[in-house]
Design a protein around this ligand. Structure first.
Ligand code: OOG
Ligand code: NI
Length: 266
């Protein structure tokens, strides 16, 4: 699959559960001129679906692995990949260290995992396959009480967790504050975890994000409204060599993860 086709699929799938993304683009720029800074994926650290199993589809498209990040409290590990073409979005992939969870959470995730066909992640289309397992609302809630990430992934499966607008590429905005102001004036709820803006000029990266919208999800036994995906905004600053910093900031990323948490309001 070509890069453009893959991102087009991911974008359409993302819009299904992130209806705010289109109108937000309209507020910030003309649709054609959006540059995505990065797109993020989530997975469980289990054989054949580890972050490297997702990343393989991107290295096949010319991406290279860059830095790795650890999120001890959330029990996550992440890496990002960069493409030589600066217009192509970076890819940030995280995985949940399932073996560090309680036995009840591990049992539930094990039951989801067992439902996967063999070789599931071998195909590129798995990246936008959505939820490949059945899940009860009870199990969702059990996971939620221990790991918001575990629950989100159980409910939404494989898809772009968020797209990220490159604020550097916007013609009508120079600061992230201005972007956030326009979003809030228009009634969008932003993630306040760790402050409205995560990171600073000295980190060479400032980020903000919407709080995931609630969408109706089918569980085995019932339908429920739960937080889905979010939209992120990133402003990068030059590093010592004068080139825009391309990496991520662990402390900021830790707070961006909270954008799918309905309790991430302060
Ligand atoms: C990823 C959170 C981190 C960033 O830009 O720092 C991140 C996630 O929520 O899956 O995207
Ligand atoms: Ni992000």
């Amino acid at each position: 699959m070509k890069i453009d086709a893959l991102f087009a699929k991911l974008w359409l799938q993302y819009l299904e559960v992130t209806p705010c993304a289109k109108p937000i683009q309209k507020l910030l720029c003309d649709e054609g001129e959006v540059i995505n800074d990065h797109v993020a994926f989530r997975t469980y650290a289990l054989p054949d679906i580890r972050l490297e199993d997702l990343a393989r589809h991107f290295t096949a498209l010319g991406y290279r692995y860059k830095d790795e990040y650890q999120f001890k409290l959330k029990k996550l590990r992440a890496r990002y990949l960069l493409h030589p073409d600066p217009k192509v979005p970076k890819v940030f992939i995280s995985e949940l260290k399932v073996d560090e969870l309680s036995s009840s959470a591990q049992r539930i995730i094990g039951q989801l995992y067992q439902q996967l066909p063999t070789g599931y992640m071998k195909e590129c289309k798995a990246l936008y396959s959505g939820r490949p397992w059945h899940l009860s609302y009870q199990d969702y809630q059990t996971l939620l009480s221990e790991s918001e990430y575990a629950a989100w992934l159980a409910a939404f499966g494989y898809r772009a967790n968020h797209f990220t607008v490159s604020v550097n590429a916007l013609k009508s905005f120079n600061t992230l504050e201005d972007v956030n102001d326009v979003l809030m004036e228009n009634g969008y709820q932003l993630n306040l975890s760790g402050g409205l803006i995560k990171g600073s000029r000295s980190d060479m990266l400032e980020q903000s994000s919407t709080l995931a919208e609630h969408v109706c999800v089918n569980f085995i036994d019932q339908k429920e409204l739960i937080p889905s995906c979010f939209y992120e905004f990133a402003l990068r600053y030059p590093d010592a060599s004068g080139k825009l910093y391309q990496g991520f900031v662990e402390a900021s990323a830790d707070k961006i993860f909270d954008s799918t948490n309905m309790r991430a309001t302060g």
